[in-house]
Design a binder for this molecule. Structure first.
Ligand code: SAM
Length: 403
């Protein structure tokens, strides 16, 4: 990890007090939860986060309505299938940030299916009080009935519909673990001489190697050198359960950056995927300006699938965001920008930039879309628009299909 100027890793008083009350040291997941979600001090919790080109980082919805427009036919395909048997439908967005994707989808869905205005509701699940306020402002003029819901409310009265989670899972707290001279241990966080730093945590329990074995990673032996460190997103396990409890029947779409287990836990990736972000700069040190920077770690796609299936989801398939969006007509939209009766030049250039960023394999286009369902016999996984193979094309790495 790169050394940072001492002033930047200074432990603020509120964190010093928390750490002291917790006995001096806490797991990294606890630290991450505090600095991201604390309603008074957390980066998301108090609404310090700024999305978009002028903010700290770009997400696909922060580039405008392009993602919603392209996703619409896929969301409609799923909702149409459910509408054949169910009266009340829901579009749930978990972790909606500014609320732009929900707003744009609500407008487009109401235009596409005007008769659904009474039967389709929008449900937003958001931990941050400050972001809930932003979402209320964002959604005030969209045409569908909508509400914020706590996961416990959804578990008590589950809905039928589509659940979207765009860049939510990478913001959930992760644990860090490392190979020490004396074996595998958690990495914990403490404050030393006024500065945040790592400290050795307890040894890993036997459950962790067993869990990683299930996705083909073997911690025993000498494959991983002393000092090799990575993350484990145990919070995603409970999230898969909460998402399953929220949906009686429907589809789960997780859109996030991720690697399969072999790449995620490669011996050649010695320091995991944890990153701190501010002003479009990525830094490896998670203790910089706590509460003022985003902290994020990639999703291990194999573990997510393992946990989702454990929670009762049926796996449909996986595709990269770039390929998924091309399957949903992004190339056609690009070529239409060249037509004579298109929008003014400045607008065309902005749209072109957004479209190209969404498919850039080195950026947003490299995101993974992981698709699951609960009790939806149609469309069959291979018939989903984004997972459908184009005619004459081999499976290759275009998509991985369920059995
Ligand atoms: C990286 S932002 C993504 C925002 C938005 N989906 C986008 O793509 O622009 C993560 C979002 O998830 C929210 N979040 C984080 N943990 C959450 C949780 N456990 N439950 C609900 N929302 C959560 C954050 O407050 C924030 O709105």
């Amino acid at each position: 990890m790169s050394p940072a100027p001492a002033s930047l890793t200074a432990c603020p008083l509120w964190l010093q007090r928390r750490l002291k009350a917790a006995g001096g040291a806490v797991s990294f997941a606890t630290y991450m939860e505090w600095v991201l979600q604390d309603p008074e001090h957390g980066y998301y919790g108090r609404g310090h986060v700024a999305f978009g080109r002028r903010g700290d980082f770009v997400t696909a919805p922060s580039l405008g309505s392009t993602l919603a427009t392209l996703l619409l036919p896929q969301v409609l395909q799923c909702l149409d299938a459910l509408a054949a048997t169910t009266e009340a439908l829901s579009l749930v967005e978990w972790g909606p940030g500014d609320g732009g994707l929900s707003r744009d989808l609500a407008v487009l869905l109401a235009q596409a299916r005007p008769r659904w205005r009474q039967r389709l509701q929008l449900v937003l699940v958001e931990t941050s009080p400050a972001l809930r306020q932003r979402q209320i402002r964002q959604l005030q003029h969209q045409p569908l009935p909508w509400r914020h819901a706590h996961p416990a409310q959804l578990a008590a009265a589950p809905v039928t519909g589509v659940l979207l989670a765009n860049e939510l899972l990478d913001a959930l707290p992760v644990e860090r673990f490392t190979r020490g001279e004396d074996g595998w241990r958690w990495q914990w966080v403490h404050c030393r001489r006024g500065h945040l730093d790592w400290c050795p945590g307890p040894p890993l329990s036997a459950e962790v190697p067993a869990l990683l074995e299930a996705v083909g990673i073997h911690l025993a032996g000498h494959v991983f050198p002393v000092g090799w460190t990575s993350e484990l997103a145990l919070s995603q396990r409970s999230w898969c359960g909460a998402a399953a409890a929220a949906l009686q029947q429907g589809w789960l779409w997780c859109l996030d950056y991720g690697h399969n287990a072999r790449r995620y836990y490669s011996p050649r990736r010695p320091d995991g995927t944890l990153m701190a972000y501010a002003r479009h700069q990525a830094m490896g040190n998670p203790f910089l300006r706590p509460g003022e920077m985003d902290l994020t770690a990639h999703v291990c796609t194999d573990l997510l699938r393992h946990w989702a299936e454990e929670a009762g989801w049926t796996w449909c398939g996986e595709v990269s965001q770039g390929q998924g969006l091309l399957a949903l007509g992004l190339a056609r939209r690009l070529s239409r920008l060249g037509e004579a009766d298109g929008p003014p030049l400045a607008q065309r250039l902005a749209q072109r930039e957004a479209l190209l960023r969404l498919v850039d394999p080195a950026g947003l286009g490299g995101f993974r879309w992981l698709v699951f369902h609960r009790g939806c016999p149609t469309p069959a996984p291979g018939e989903l628009l984004v997972l459908k193979e184009p005619p004459g094309r081999g499976n290759g790495d275009y998509a991985r299909f369920a059995g």
